[in-house]
Design a protein around this ligand. Structure first.
Ligand code: NI
Length: 175
């Protein structure tokens, strides 16, 4: 187990289309999940995708089972390992809300996401995950899975008056 360094925006490895995982319940995959969890925990992240630590695989983790200090107002999302995910919006309704990203440190931006989605995929043991979620949970999943197709949240910002430094936008969250 180890805390890995997180790639920052501008690194071309964050722009790749990640490869699907083909073998589950392997030592290699369990080690990757442990590294992702350790790295996410160390950074107080709401989620982390394998490409953010330079691993070109369709693996994301999210959720904390406890309130997140970086998003103290956000509802709790169950800790989840999601592999080879497929997201289906349940309708066309979107809402804009603030996001941050460990690969875009110090900044927040307001971006649109689908409110209600179904997502499917597998955990690290190869067991199927199939959930229908909304709100913050749906936002986190869409944000993390974007990392698997080379997208970072600033690419979705529509109004650049609502994109800036966390310490300026939200002084109460500044360390
Ligand atoms: Ni991110």
């Amino acid at each position: 187990m180890s805390v890995k360094s997180i790639l920052k925006m501008g690194d071309p490895r964050l722009l790749r289309i990640a490869q699907p995982v083909t073998a589950f319940d392997t030592d290699e995959l369990h080690l990757l999940i442990t590294d992702l969890l350790d790295t996410m925990r160390a950074a107080d992240g709401a989620g982390l995708a394998a490409p953010q630590i330079g691993i070109d695989l369709q693996v994301v983790i999210f959720g904390t089972n406890a309130p997140n200090p970086r998003y103290p107002q956000a509802p709790v999302v169950p800790r989840t390992v999601l592999i080879n995910p497929v997201i289906t919006p349940l309708d066309a309704v979107e809402e804009e809300d603030w996001e941050g990203c460990l690969s875009v440190p110090g900044l927040r931006g307001k971006v649109p996401r689908f409110c209600r989605i179904r997502y499917t995929g597998f955990d690290q043991f190869g067991d199927m995950i199939d959930r229908t979620v909304e709100g913050f949970h749906a936002r986190v999943v869409q944000h993390e899975c974007d990392h698997l197709i080379g997208k970072l949240y600033p690419m979705h910002v529509r109004d650049f008056a609502q994109f800036g430094f966390t310490e300026v936008l939200f002084p109460q969250l500044a360390p």
